[in-house]
Design a protein around this ligand. Sequence first.
Ligand SMILES: NC(=O)c1ccc[n+]([C@@H]2O[C@H](COP(=O)([O-])OP(=O)(O)OC[C@H]3O[C@@H](n4cnc5c(N)ncnc54)[C@H](OP(=O)(O)O)[C@@H]3O)[C@@H](O)[C@H]2O)c1
Length: 224
Amino acid sequence: MKKIALITGASKGIGFALTEKLLNENFFVIGTSRSGKFENLESENFYPLKLDLSNTESIKAAHKEIFSNFKHLDFLINNAGIGPDLGTYIPEKESFNQTFDVNVTGTVFFTEPLIELINENGIILNVSSKMGSLDVCELTDSVAYRMSKSALNMYTKILTNRLKGKIKIASIHPGWVKTTIIESNLKNGRLTPEESADNIWEFLINEFESGTFWNSETGTELLW
Ligand SMILES: NC(=O)c1ccc[n+]([C@@H]2O[C@H](COP(=O)([O-])OP(=O)(O)OC[C@H]3O[C@@H](n4cnc5c(N)ncnc54)[C@H](OP(=O)(O)O)[C@@H]3O)[C@@H](O)[C@H]2O)c1
């Protein structure tokens, strides 16, 4: 039987590349986007799911659809994330709330009911960022984005404690990747989404200790 991975934010960027990678590795993938449409992805092993993490009703509807159609999951990859204040210096209420709604609140409340579906020895991977590292932070930009990833990292730690011996959890920094999360990344990013997805795959298939914060670009552990 194929392993099943649920990947949020699968319509483009790193999530799309990861979806293609896992399909090539013989997984069945449930991929989410806000529209629920995936014109660029056709596979009998792909299940498109509509999900807006900033909307409680959308999260509820997605849960209903998942529980009606799937009995278990092997991987939950919380990849969807936004950075409307990336490259700015002073926090602004609207983008601050948007960032936390998606990267933190939506991600936590989407994850919680799904935990019971995840197989023993399954994995929850939170796509974080080294911009959320408290130890490494020396800059002053992107207040909401950085804080949201620190908060996501705390969720990784808490789940690690709660699910010890049952499910493995990690936060991953996918590298500096050429995506449209911020337009300048398309020019400045060091990795293609495909290269980033390959690195994340390597992490997933190698034994890792639950509660790790991993930089998949350098293949090294990150300080929290
Ligand atoms: N790119 C980098 O250099 C980099 C570095 C460190 C960490 N990351 C992290 O990597 C993850 C993926 O980023 P990316 O660079 O691939 O970004 P991206 O290309 O902008 O893709 C973001 C994905 O999130 C989805 N999304 C956006 N708003 C959403 C919402 N309200 N509810 C549910 N899904 C939503 C988008 O789908 P729709 O718009 O179709 O709904 C899209 O599939 C993020 O968590 C990001 O913080 C990226």
